[in-house]
Design a protein around this ligand. Structure first.
Ligand SMILES: NC(=O)c1ccc[n+]([C@@H]2O[C@H](COP(=O)([O-])OP(=O)(O)OC[C@H]3O[C@@H](n4cnc5c(N)ncnc54)[C@H](O)[C@@H]3O)[C@@H](O)[C@H]2O)c1
Length: 314
């Protein structure tokens, strides 16, 4: 049994990760300020009783050190973040405050108590900017130009992790997660389009496609992303590792798949493309196979069907 500290533990990915670690018999300390996370995401985790503890706390607070000192986590899964591209465009300083200063607080606490490993949720959908070659390899992060403050903070975080590994002795793995989708997903998050389209179609409302709909994303199912995070607790030291499928899916294609699953016959509305979004992205996952022993497992159509079933309350 290992004591894990999961920051962002009440969020979409963090709550699923907490469930998984608890199911494996570990102890989980979840830290979250509930800014986008929800107590309702913790129903399963709370059923594990004293093995699960929730702290309503800001990552940036001084109190974080006391928590580390008292509970001595062995592994930190750092998922707590300002996770919206659009929010970062509106308020870059807030994004940096949570995503950079928050990370530094977590790193300093980790150094002080001698955490064995830190696993970081980086963003494969934004750190590479408009990558020259697709699927994007991890090496293309060198010299990339993220198109949003969120992409910049997620990219610079990896530089900080390398610094802390080299000079302060904290082992890390940074997973460049593709667009993660699935049950509990926040419509405002990175892969929010899945839950926005599906919720609208289920309510008989018209979803809006921004731009021409030919922009592409790499969609990875939540269970697969959680599996990669869990594996990274013991593998992939000192690396940035892509976690995606290598496949590009256009917004138009995603719309058609969801419409078919739901039986929605309506036509989409159209709107202007928001700034800060990349045109096309898919992630090369050869390194994840090599260093984590991880492969994407869930087909998009199956993951979307499960997400729709969740939204229907089935
Ligand atoms: N969902 C995706 O497609 C995706 C893709 C790539 C990377 N990521 C990264 O994965 C992580 C989890 O993303 P998610 O989709 O679950 O988003 P989320 O918004 O559901 O989770 C982030 C959590 O962090 C918490 N949080 C925010 N600010 C905080 C603070 N100051 N102190 C404490 N807690 C705070 C939020 O309340 C939330 O529960 C994030 O770091 C995100 O950048 C997500």
């Amino acid at each position: 049994m290992i004591a894990y500290l999961v920051t962002g533990g009440a969020g979409f990915i963090g709550s699923h990760l907490s469930d998984r670690l608890l199911a494996e018999g570990h102890r989980v300390l979840a830290v979250d300020d509930l800014s986008t996370g929800k107590i309702a995401n913790l129903v399963e985790a709370r059923s594990y009783g004293p093995e699960f503890t929730f702290f309503n706390m800001d990552l940036r607070s001084d109190g974080l050190l006391q928590l580390f000192e008292r509970h001595q986590p062995e592994v930190v899964m750092h998922l707590g973040a300002q996770s919206g591209v659009r929010r970062s465009l509106d308020d870059p300083a807030f994004d940096a405050s949570v995503n950079i200063m928050g990370l530094l607080n977590v790193m300093e606490c980790s150094v002080k108590i001698g955490v064995r490993k830190l696993v970081y949720a980086a963003s494969g959908g934004t750190i590479y900017g408009d990558a020259r070659r697709l699927p994007a390899k991890e090496s293309s992060a060198a010299g990339s130009r993220p198109g949003s403050p969120y992409g910049i903070s997620k990219k610079v975080a990896v530089d900080y992790l390398e610094y802390y590994e080299k000079f302060r002795g904290i082992d890390f793995t940074a997973l460049a997660l593709a667009n993660v989708y699935g049950p509990r997903q926040d419509p405002l998050g990175e892969a929010g389009v899945v839950s926005i389209f599906a919720s609208k179609m289920l309510a008989g409302e018209t979803p809006t496609i921004f731009g021409d709909g030919n922009q592409t994303r790499d969609y990875v199912f939540i269970d697969d992303a959680v599996h990669a995070l869990a594996l990274a607790a013991d593998r992939g030291s000192g690396r940035l590792v892509n976690v995606g499928t290598g496949l590009e899916t256009s917004v138009n294609g995603l719309y058609r798949m969801l419409a078919e699953i739901i039986g929605f016959a309506g036509q989409p509305a159209s709107g202007p493309l928001p700034p800060g979004e990349v045109r096309r992205i898919a992630l090369d996952v050869a390194l994840a196979s090599e260093v984590l022993g991880w492969h994407p497992w869930t087909h998009l159509i199956d993951g979307l069907s499960e997400t729709v079933a969740y939204l229907k309350g089935v």
